[in-house]
Ligand binder design. Structure first.
Ligand code: SAM
Length: 244
């Protein structure tokens, strides 16, 4: 999942990327962004992709830095948000050690730490720590390993109930021990709640809240059975503050 990969998926990806903003039915992320927002503060959207979060961030902060690894995503984000005057676009790789970027009052990073490379993950967390000033805020959303395992368990239960495997149903594969689960054939890092807490603490953050962003079962399966109800599959949302 390097620059080359994201440049390749970018051109036709406007509709393909799972839309967290739309699918967060309880609007938890929006509520957390609103709680830290101020027209006096700067914010960085790390891994902005096509820029879905930029209208909200632009209206809530003094200045927004929209950052992505892929030139094509930066172009798409710019084109989609040409009317927003307080957004500056920066192409940089957050998984490289000591990438260059401005320090901000807050950072929002939604499903961008996906690389299965441990070194790149650690660089990414370290850069998030470098971007947020002391006392500043981080809102982080990542895929949940617990949720992926739970979905797989429910899929087995579904097979058992029907007495047959579902042809064409997405099955989780990958290096589960390291949280690298395949999504559309691409190993994608999924995190444990405790792993996130420990990693963010090591990077100088104080975790203030960890919550589930719950999605419908349709986000996992085609035509899920009617008995498949709560708990629903989820991503982890972590709200953290950079220690003084
Ligand atoms: C799944 S998309 C999420 C997009 C967006 N945050 C959203 O919620 O709609 C992941 C985005 O992160 C970007 N990305 C992945 N690795 C990155 C890196 N190392 N540095 C900066 N951006 C990265 C990708 O190019 C892509 O635009």
């Amino acid at each position: 999942m390097d620059k080359q990969y994201w440049e390749k998926v970018a051109p036709d990806n406007d509709n393909q990327i799972f839309d967290v903003l739309k699918n967060d039915k309880q609007q938890k992320i929006v509520a957390h962004i609103s709680s830290i927002a101020s027209r006096e503060k700067t914010v960085m959207d790390v891994g902005c992709s096509v820029g879905k979060w930029l209208p909200l961030l632009s209206a809530s902060f003094k200045k927004v830095y929209a950052v992505d690894i892929a030139d094509k995503y930066i172009e798409l984000a710019k084109a989609n948000n040409a009317h927003l005057e307080n957004v500056e676009y920066i192409r940089t790789d957050f998984s490289k050690a000591r990438s260059k970027f401005p320090v901000c009052d807050a950072a929002v990073c939604i499903n961008a730490i996906l690389t299965p490379s441990y070194k790149k993950q650690i660089n990414f967390f370290n850069n998030l720590s470098r971007v947020v000033r002391k006392g500043g805020n981080l809102i982080l959303v990542v895929p949940s390993l617990e949720s992926a395992l739970y979905s797989e368990a429910m899929l087995c239960r579904w097979d058992f109930s029907d007495g047959k495997k579902k042809p064409g149903t997405k099955r989780h594969k990958g290096d589960v021990l390291h949280g690298a689960i395949d999504i559309d054939g691409m190993p994608t890092k999924h995190f444990l709640r405790e792993e996130l807490a420990a990693t963010l603490t090591l990077e100088g953050f104080e975790v203030q809240a960890t919550e589930k962003i719950e999605y419908t079962w349709e986000s996992e399966f085609t035509n899920p059975p009617s008995w498949l109800k709560a708990p629903y599959p989820w991503d982890w949302l972590v709200v953290a503050k950079k220690k003084q």
